[in-house]
Design a protein around this ligand. Structure first.
Ligand code: F6R
Length: 362
């Protein structure tokens, strides 16, 4: 049932090109320069968005914040569900609550949804499991169609959630008139490339395996990124923690000098998301800051960026894509890094200690 793979997690990582085909399938429409999501919601009536989720789904929501603010010019707040429930959020009928969940059963997310609804929000679920508890209580559901995810560490559901959030942001932008047809068509074209680009990213596994071999004895890892790649850094750190039990932290790269830079020493591998985009130069400066203090930089960089080799000890290349879509391609080597490291350390990849696939208790 693992299709010849030693673990479900690896099988699910390799399913991602196909999963993206499924998530995007039939939903991209170049003629209207829009996506068809079949949502029974008037997307023009909102003036703010609250995104609520836990764990990996929360990181997908965080990427969604950048996307919705950029393409739809709506203010977005993102909360982990266990905080949202108890923080007295400011909500009214013009608030759209977007709850993201693979299982659709996470109790904190379900309760946060109920709280948002009690306060008058309209609600949209971005969900994998059909007919799950959350889907029965939202006004509309955007299914991510990732298929059953068995590995406790979420992988394919994450890229599917990201693709769904891209489409949601595009739909909001088109409905609100903040996203012109030409820009939208450009994004649709980039979305269509994703399955192939993720396939290409998977082919870089030998490079990732080499990095894992080099650093699997480290006791700590730091992950850095900026803008949409900040959540990618957090997701990379979460994956590594969950299945290898190595302590890992993530920061938006610009925060480094406000404290975490004190941690840099020659024993600390620092994984930096340094793909091409508007903040590339700033990220490069962060890499130089780490290297100058003896930190070991592993850069995730865009194909063709030879210059980055001057600053980073190891480089994992990923295919070029629109900067707003970079998280979908860049998370792949981070998933593989966590996987390869966990295998080298003899961990139980599919059933990491203390974790359950869906968290239905508070
Ligand atoms: C991470 C992981 C968890 C889940 C979180 C939310 O690999 O699996 O962090 O992402 O428990 O679960 P769902 O998406 O089912 O609500």
């Amino acid at each position: 049932e693992k299709g010849g793979y030693p673990h479900y997690m690896l099988k699910e990582i390799y399913e991602q090109p196909w999963v993206l085909e499924n998530t995007l399938g039939g939903r991209l429409h170049e003629e209207s320069a829009n996506v068809e999501l079949g949502l029974d919601l008037d997307l023009t009536r909102f003036d703010r968005v609250h995104v609520i989720a836990c764990g990996t789904a929360f990181y997908a929501g965080w990427v969604g914040k950048y996307l919705i603010e950029e393409l739809a010019r709506l203010p977005v707040e993102v909360d982990v569900a266990s905080e949202y429930r108890y923080r007295n959020p400011v909500v009214d009928e013009r608030t759209l609550a977007v709850v993201i969940s693979q299982s659709g059963e996470t109790i904190d997310t379900l309760e946060a949804l109920r709280e948002a609804k009690r306060r008058g929000a309209a609600s949209l679920g971005v969900i994998n499991v059909k007919g799950s508890s959350i889907t029965r209580e939202t006004d509309a559901t955007l299914y991510i169609h990732a298929g059953p995810e068995i590995g406790v560490a979420s992988t394919k559901a994450y890229v599917a959630m990201l693709a769904a959030m891209e489409m949601l942001a595009l739909a909001l932008g088109r409905a609100r008139g903040t996203l012109d047809a030409e820009t939208a068509r450009g994004l649709l074209g980039e979305l269509r490339k994703l399955p192939r680009l993720v396939e290409e990213a998977l082919e870089r596994r030998p490079v990732v395996a080499h990095v894992a071999e080099k650093y699997h004895q480290a006791t700590d890892f730091l992950f850095l990124g900026r803008h949409v790649q900040s959540p990618t850094a957090y997701e990379g750190a979460l994956k590594l923690k969950e299945i290898s039990y190595i302590h890992a932290e993530a920061y938006p790269a610009g925060e480094m000098k406000h404290g975490p830079i004190a941690l840099i020493d020659p024993r600390l591998p620092v994984v930096v998301l340094a793909t091409r985009g508007p903040l590339y130069e700033k990220t490069l400066s962060n890499i130089q800051e780490v290297a100058a203090r003896g930190g070991r930089v592993v850069a995730v960089a865009t194909d063709g960026d030879e210059g980055i080799r001057r600053h980073a000890e190891d480089v994992i290349y990923v295919p070029e894509v629109h900067p707003l879509l970079a998280p979908i391609v860049s998370v792949v080597p981070l998933q593989l890094l966590a996987y390869e490291t966990a295998v080298l350390l003899g961990r139980d990849v599919d059933q990491p200690r203390n974790l359950a696939k869906s968290v239905t208790v508070e």
